[in-house]
Design a protein around this ligand. Structure first.
Ligand SMILES: O=C[C@H](O)COP(=O)(O)O
Length: 257
């Protein structure tokens, strides 16, 4: 069944950007009117920029999010940021369980789920990332890994309005490599079936983003695939012109999906 959900085009700036990068954010805001009204747009800058980014985006339809939050609401957790703090700075969304967090900071799916519960409790829309490594794909385990991560990372109370899934094959992140359209279609259809089995009509309406080396040159093909309801973009979200070029492909594909 072809997905007709409202797409979300999201940028993850990772640990990139200082105050000067707000020029790129302002350029994205300036370019919004040229994009289809039927898509949502989100930039997740580093935590240090969220408040200023929120001010830059104020009055526009550009949404601002965080890249991580702590699972506890407050306390003696030096260096950490709570979901409430993200909201207080103007974030409406948060990315959780990115493979860089899972790999470099040993975040388990159980921890991701606890963070998601904390974020949802503070009213943040939560983007939960899942995806297999290259070794796992080569071993034919991509679907089972995604299934395990999805089951353990997404809270029981997930709803379509508040949870977004991002499928990011680890081997495609920052490498210039992407899965074939058939491989993306297979994984997204699998995730959709799992979401529907667990959440019923809410699972049918939950957006599933693709992430991993999305650029203007491949966006049209990737974003037109069934059950690909948008993109989570790393490197190509750092420059306004690249990000806007990716989002603009929805001029061509929204009517044909
Ligand atoms: O969160 C974004 C992903 O890690 C994708 O990054 P990338 O577009 O640089 O491959």
């Amino acid at each position: 069944m072809t997905s007709l959900l409202r797409p979300l085009v999201a940028g993850n700036w990772k640990m990139n950007g200082t105050g000067q990068s707000l020029e790129q954010l302002a350029a994205i805001v300036a370019g919004l009117d040229a994009l289809p009204a039927s898509i949502d747009l989100l930039i997740c800058p580093p935590a240090t920029l969220i408040e200023r980014a929120s001010r830059t985006a104020h009055g526009s339809r550009l949404l601002i999010g965080g890249q991580n939050c702590h699972e506890k609401s407050d306390g003696a957790y030096t260096g950490e940021i709570s979901a409430a703090m993200l909201g207080d700075c103007g974030a409406s969304h948060v990315i959780l369980g990115h493979s860089e967090r899972r790999t470099l900071y040993a975040e388990t799916s159980d921890l991701v789920c606890a963070k998601a519960d904390a974020a949802l409790g503070k009213g943040l829309v939560t983007i939960i990332c899942i995806g297999e490594t290259e070794t796992e794909r080569r071993a034919g385990e991509a679907l089972s890994i995604v299934e395990q991560q999805l089951a353990a990372s997404v809270p029981a109370g997930a709803r379509a309005a508040t949870v977004v899934i991002a499928y990011e094959p680890v081997w495609a992140i920052g490498t210039g490599l992407t899965p074939t359209a058939a491989e993306v279609a297979e994984v997204h259809a699998h995730i959709r079936a799992l979401l529907v089995a667990r959440y019923g009509s809410e699972g049918q309406a939950m957006r599933i983003l693709y992430g991993g080396s999305v650029k203007a040159a491949n966006a049209r093909e990737l974003l037109a695939i069934d059950h690909v309801d948008g993109a989570l973009i790393g490197g190509a979200s750092l420059k306004a012109s690249d990000f806007l070029a990716i989002a603009s492909v929805y001029h061509d594909i929204s009517g044909s999906r």
